[in-house]
Design a protein around this ligand. Structure first.
Ligand code: DAH
Length: 371
């Protein structure tokens, strides 16, 4: 090797030795092996040499380049290991500190959403589908098809929100109940029917137990033989599963709804102990919804042969069910979007309600709500 090359090698090895972090080493590498680096420049001189000179210098320069590259590689390993050791020494984990709350435990499922999931899980287990309909509804579906003709007092009783937009010459409405979904769903399918329709409903009303927007669940079963015994059993089975008790008796009280004949209020067995309410025991009763056998007029509006098919229907307030089950006293608070309220009454997202895993498994809520 020429004296120059020897000197260059010594200089470079010294520079590599002196580089004490990754950036300094990289600077040396670029200065030596980069496009304009000193060793690269040396290699380029081979082109201008005579074949004899090239025969001697070529291998020498290549050895020089390989030696330097190996030295840089070795130094890099040392620097990386040192950097890792420094990081490990610096980043300590203080096991005495409490764990930070995992973000997945921070959000909460609203009790109404939770109860809707619970209701869907119970009825799905009984073979019901979940049907949906629009919140903005025509007067035909909200009233007429449900056997509530125009001058009928029931239309006034519904405290309806009327929209400016019209359909077929009549203002659209915010649906006052989930019953219109009965007609829409029966229209779009064929018997036998077995569905629930949970959703938002609207009435111009506000006090401790009424909000202008609230939630109902409708249920319909229809075929050639469905009768009131099926209705009673379905409601009892649902309520026992929902309130997570062995049995709940219900009783029917005669009532009137234009869309059912006969029509009954549903009362659920309960027991009041001061402020405390116990369901599924005792000799008191609490109204939780309306029901009946679907009026043949409604079946006909849905295009169903009312001489061949019959069915039952029921409607319940979801918010009311949530208040009863989870002990929230004021309905208005449900819709005030107060995070403190939601943190108290809400559910942890991963506690998905299911009949097998527990309907309202609040174990994780309890676990994390202390934080
Ligand atoms: N739609 C009624 C309401 O909002 C509730 C209801 C009563 C629904 C009886 C039904 C029923 O399906 O059969 O007050």
């Amino acid at each position: 090797m020429s004296a120059d090359a020897k000197k260059l090698e010594a200089e470079i090895l010294a520079a590599i030795d002196a580089a004490d972090d990754a950036a300094a080493l990289e600077a040396v590498r670029v200065g030596v092996l980069g496009k304009k680096g000193s060793v690269s420049a040396l290699l380029k001189t081979l082109g201008g040499m005579t074949p004899e000179e090239r025969q001697i210098n070529g291998p020498l320069f290549n050895v020089l380049r390989d030696t330097i590259a190996a030295a840089i590689g070795a130094k890099k390993t040392i620097i990386d290991a040192a950097a890792l050791n420094a990081r490990l020494a610096e980043e300590t984990l203080d096991m005495t500190l409490p764990l930070e709350v995992d973000p997945q435990f921070e959000g909460r499922i609203h009790p109404v959403a939770q109860v809707m999931e619970e209701i869907a899980a119970i009825f799905a287990d009984m073979g019901f589908d979940v049907a949906e309909g629009p919140d903005i509804e025509s007067q035909f579906y909200n009233f007429t098809a449900l056997n509530i003709p125009e001058a009928h007092p029931a239309r006034q009783m519904h405290d309806t929100f009327y929209m400016q937009a019209e359909e077929e010459g009549a203002p659209l409405v915010l649906r006052t109940h989930t019953s219109p979904v009965q007609v829409r769903t029966m229209q779009d399918s064929a018997p036998p029917f077995r569905f629930i329709a949970p959703g938002r409903t609207y009435r111009c009303d506000s006090d401790q137990t009424h909000t202008p927007m609230f939630h109902q669940v409708e249920g319909v079963v229809g075929d050639e033989t469905t009768h009131m015994g099926h209705l009673k059993h379905t409601l009892e089975a649902f309520l026992a599963a929902f309130f997570e008790v062995e049995n709940i008796a219900i009783r029917f009280r005669p009532s009137y709804f234009p869309f059912t004949e006969p029509s009954m209020e549903i009362d659920m067995q309960c027991h009041r102990d001061g402020d405390k309410l116990v369901v599924g025991a005792g000799d008191d009763w609490m109204e939780i919804g309306g029901s009946g056998m679907v009026n043949p007029h409604v079946l006909r509006h849905a295009g169903i042969d009312a001489d061949k098919y019959q069915g039952f229907a029921f409607g319940m307030g979801i918010d009311r069910l949530a208040m009863l089950k989870y002990g929230a006293p004021d309905l208005r608070a449900f819709f005030e979007a107060d995070l403190r309220w939601l943190k108290h009454y809400g559910f942890v997202p991963i506690d998905v309600p299911g009949l097998a895993g527990g309907l309202s498994n609040k174990s994780l809520t309890t676990l994390t709500s202390a934080t």
